[in-house]
Ligand binder design. Structure first.
Ligand code: ARG
Length: 486
């Protein structure tokens, strides 16, 4: 009824109905978040230096957004970060071939199911691991946070000796099978098919069980979008649009590239020509990585200086706070701090911190802690006589610091600062975990697309190395200049 009405109105008024639907929500763009490691549901398609998330889910999302009069923005994260993203109100909905499970339903709302799939066992053809019983004593890979993980756990309760390995992305599972580190993986049939086609040495067998994993759209709890989304889904179903899209994506091999890569037995035969078309895309990560590193170093240096002054100024509470701060930030993993800042900031402060901002903030806070110690050492190494002289001449403390002590300290600790910068440059790869497409992430995207692993990673490694060399060189030039100035 709703749609007939909408259709009639839209015939009369052209597109204006959509605008109304959109403006009633107070915005014109819907943000979807997905985990694009899942062809043909969602995966990256690269063309030259451009990349785009495409797939079955994306087509459905586009149709729904269009019907409701919204623009669509697609963001990405690892699968296990999708529900947290909804809870932090980072996105309006998730489409990621996600199955409504009771546990998930406690945290998010789901649409009706728009597609059903079955779990399969993916393994090398030669291993004849076809049924759950065959997995006894084997290492089995699953994607972290998925129902395949839960299903594998259930199988492991019945079949003895199964060792589970949880990885973040499906292509990593395939790679692990090929390199023989796991014996099999549990993957949905539609996804398994694409990977098996791209890797002829692999096969997949459906796990016979009555439970199918349906895919549904997830929303933040209480979202007003559930109803209109369901209506469009229903309409798409009735008009056969869903089936058309399913045939489009599931009946052919949608992988952009079907060349098989070498199995473990063939040894490592690298073929860099396969990534040549993607090189511009990987290179595009460089400016972002550099910007990120320089910003973090600069801000970290300022923050580190403040902290180090707190430590030596001789005011007990300040010293105490600065020391406690340093011990916390040096005593916990950077990756953990990054995830906390990224996921907790919106909930704690209401501010929608972007991945890049979260990265710079975390790295500044973290490197400030390390630098504060370096700078403190540098300050204390400056001859005591100088500060005594300055004080006896009546130079105020902070002027003395700024004009006399700090410049000398900085010169002395330059090598240590270069070390810190190099560390930050390489650690910047960590922001790939919260979805910033820097060098490492671009390389992973290319790998996932082409079902290859080593070549893009080696290439990314080369880029990092060249950047670090460049940095080392400029630092030694700078140091020489400073020494000449003495
Ligand atoms: N259907 C499974 C689940 O809900 C797996 C989905 C994985 N999706 C992805 N984009 N990697 O747990």
């Amino acid at each position: 009824m709703f749609f007939t009405a909408m259709a009639v109105i839209s015939i009369i008024t052209g597109h204006s109905h959509s605008l109304k639907a959109a403006s009633s929500l107070g915005k014109d763009t819907l943000t979807m978040i997905t985990s694009p490691d899942y062809p043909p549901y969602e995966f990256y398609e690269t063309q030259g230096s451009d990349r785009q998330i495409v797939g079955f889910d994306i087509d459905i999302a586009k149709t729904i957004a269009q019907e409701l009069g919204f623009k669509l923005k697609v963001m990405e994260s690892d699968f296990n970060g999708l529900i947290p993203a909804l809870q932090a109100n980072r996105a309006d909905f998730v489409m990621a071939g996600m199955t409504p499970t009771p546990e998930r339903q406690k945290n998010v709302d789901f649409s009706i199911i728009y597609y059903e799939a079955k779990d399969t066992i993916v393994a090398p053809k030669t291993s004849s691991l076809k049924q759950p019983q065959d997995l006894a004593g084997k290492k089995v890979g699953v994607q972290l946070g998925t129902i395949q993980e839960q299903n594998a756990q259930k199988i492991a309760q019945k079949v003895p000796g199964i060792g589970l390995k949880q990885l973040n992305k499906v292509p990593e599972l395939i790679q692990e099978i090929k390199s023989g580190r796991i014996d099999a993986a549990i993957v949905e049939d539609t996804v398994a098919r694409g990977f098996a086609q791209a890797n002829p040495e692999l096969e997949f067998n459906v796990i016979p069980s009555e439970s199918v994993s349906g895919s549904a759209i997830a929303f933040p709890q209480g979202s007003s979008l559930v109803k209109p989304f369901n209506q469009v889904l229903q309409q798409m179903q009735e008009q056969g649009k869903l089936e058309k899209l399913a045939t489009k994506w599931f009946s052919q091999n949608t992988a952009t590239n079907t060349v098989s890569s070498p199995s473990a037995k063939d040894g490592l035969n690298l073929d860099f020509t396969r990534i040549i078309p993607d090189i511009p895309f990987i290179l595009k990560g460089i400016p972002l990585t550099l910007l990120f590193t320089l910003l973090s170093v600069f801000l970290g240096l300022i923050w580190g200086t403040v902290l180090s002054l707190c430590k030596i100024i001789g005011i007990k509470p300040l010293t105490w706070v600065a020391n406690a701060y340093t011990s916390v930030f040096r005593g916990t993993p950077l990756l953990l701090q990054l995830a906390l800042v990224y996921y907790a900031t919106p909930q704690l402060t209401g501010y929608q911190i972007s991945a890049l901002e979260a990265g710079v903030l975390t790295f500044t806070l973290n490197s400030g802690a390390y630098m504060s110690e370096t700078i403190r050492g540098g300050i204390q190494a400056v001859d005591k006589g100088q500060s005594e002289a300055a004080m006896s001449m009546g130079v105020p403390y902070w002027l003395m610091m700024r004009d006399i002590i700090l410049p000398q300290a900085l010169k002395n600790i330059l090598p240590a600062l270069v070390n810190e910068t190099i560390g930050l440059l390489k650690d910047s790869a960590l922001v790939s975990t919260i979805g910033v497409v820097e060098i490492l992430r671009s390389a992973q995207i290319v790998g996932a697309n082409k079902y290859i692993y080593f070549e893009p990673l080696l290439f990314a490694g080369l880029i990092y190395y060249v950047l670090v060399m460049g940095l080392t060189f400029s630092a030694s030039v700078l140091e020489r200049r400073l020494r000449q100035g003495e």
